[in-house]
Design a protein around this ligand. Structure first.
Ligand code: ASP
Length: 446
């Protein structure tokens, strides 16, 4: 049986550092032209050209702040303009942004809003990119919608975008913003062009969402802790959630939801090393992970509240009452390992400190415990991997590695999905613990 294959369509998003200069734009142009299926392009605003540089988005916030409060802003506006002119001239484009800048200046002075201001970075970069590639420019304000509370109208947006792009072969749609029904511009939170790319990919049922940035994918561990860590080849959405929650970041948190609805994979790629395969993020895969674990991530600054009470286990509603105290003070809990007569609540120290004594008193009143003890300055480390389910002895290996490194494990929590093991250690042991776990799985495992 023959199956008629529809034309492959990819959505490609380029981050700020990929579009920071004419030189970077040329790399992007080469990438897009190298693959005809790369049809819909989502640009960020020009980012930093070097460590000392400022992102155009930050310049725009600063400029708007000045213009809307009557302070002098022309210098910053010129600086922004120069960034675009450098790109336009460097690409030999015949494009004049006079009119656009006059319009932006007028709106800034009128007080068109911070979101409007920030969005101009992507808007102008979209115009430049469309001119450079010879693609159609579609203003995101016409296709991405927010309700009056500033929440994305996902279905409405999806419908509009699908209709609009149905007959458009190739287009540039700026990232990061959309509009409300009254026409005002609204942005996503910082780094939100990732979300735009995902929304567009969903709307056109893309085969792949390529997210081009300045790293060759997700790393197995934080390079500030582990020297030269390996790159993760394939990761599932769920694994990514676990790692991102623990602080590993490359992609905007909300970017996975739209594509996940459609089962579209995301490929993180490096504009500066286009031959690297990057990391593929998928719903599910038969591909065996190279190592038992996919990644390690962690955060410092937790506090454990240990509650003890004899016969706690037979007291119905005990947990609810304890958690009710935290709820009352608006403190969210991160983990809750428990024993027969003990229960531990892990919280962010910074959130908890202010209410510490009130929470202890509250727990006494709510459940009359035998004792409540606090332990502060703890770090949580998540060891994440879909491979753990099928492998025996993972936990054993982690703990023997930690024991060898002379690290005292304060807490252990394994989710029932067997996708992750969370380990609590002292803040001071954090780096060493991550290195020990990395070594045992990545350096020693072949
Ligand atoms: N330009 C925006 C920012 O700097 C959005 C983005 O780059 O995704 O946050």
């Amino acid at each position: 049986m023959y199956v008629r294959r529809m034309a492959v369509r990819k959505v490609v998003k380029f981050g700020g550092s990929s579009l920071a200069s004419a030189r970077q734009f040329r790399k992007v142009g080469d990438i897009i032209r190298a693959d005809k299926t790369r049809r819909y392009v989502i640009p960020s605003a020009p980012g930093k050209r070097n460590n000392k540089d400022t992102k155009v988005t930050d310049l725009l916030y600063e400029c708007y702040e000045a213009a809307s409060t009557g302070a002098s802003y022309k210098k910053i506006l010129n600086q922004i303009r120069e960034r675009y002119e450098e790109i336009i001239n460097g690409l030999d484009l015949n494009l004049n942004l006079d009119h656009e800048f006059a319009n932006i200046e007028e709106n800034f002075v009128k007080g068109a809003g911070r979101d409007y201001a920030a969005s101009r970075g992507e808007y102008l970069n979209g115009i430049v990119m469309a001119e450079y590639l010879g693609f159609e420019f579609i203003d995101a304000a016409e296709v991405i919608f927010f309700d009056e509370n500033g929440n994305l109208e996902a279905d409405n947006t999806n419908k509009e975008l699908a209709e609009r792009l149905e007959h458009v072969e190739r287009a540039v749609i700026p990232g990061f913003y959309g509009s409300k029904h009254d026409g005002t511009i609204k942005t996503f939170s910082r780094g939100g062009s990732d979300v735009t790319g995902s929304i567009v990919a969903r709307a056109i049922h893309a085969d792949l969402y390529e997210n081009w940035t300045d790293v060759s994918g997700f790393l197995v561990a934080d390079p500030r802790v582990v020297e030269n860590p390996e790159i993760i080849e394939t990761i599932t959405y769920k694994e990514l959630r676990e790692l991102a929650y623990m602080g590993a970041s490359v992609l905007h948190e909300d970017a996975i939801f739209p594509v996940r609805k459609e089962g579209i994979p995301i490929n993180i790629r490096n504009t500066n090393k286009p031959d690297d395969k990057g990391t593929l993020i998928v719903e599910s895969t038969c591909r065996k992970p190279r190592y038992t674990i996919t990644g390690i991530a962690g955060k410092k600054g937790f506090c454990a509240i240990n509650i003890e009470k004899a016969m706690m286990n037979s007291e119905v509603g005990f947990g609810r009452k304890v958690l009710g105290v935290f709820e009352k003070f608006g403190i969210s809990f991160e983990h809750m390992p428990s024993g027969i007569d003990t229960m531990t609540i892990m919280v962010h120290q910074s959130e908890f400190e202010e209410y510490e004594q009130s929470v202890i008193a509250g727990i006494h009143r709510a459940v009359e415990p035998d004792g409540v003890e606090l332990e502060s300055d703890l770090a949580l480390i998540a060891v994440v991997g879909r491979g753990m389910k099928a492998t025996r002895g993972t936990a054993g290996r982690i703990f023997s590695a930690l024991a060898h490194a002379r690290i005292n494990v304060k807490m252990i929590d394994q989710g029932s999905s067997e996708l992750n093991i969370i380990i609590g250690v002292k803040n001071n042991d954090f780096d060493q613990a991550i290195r020990a776990i990395y070594d045992i799985f990545v350096e020693t495992e072949v």
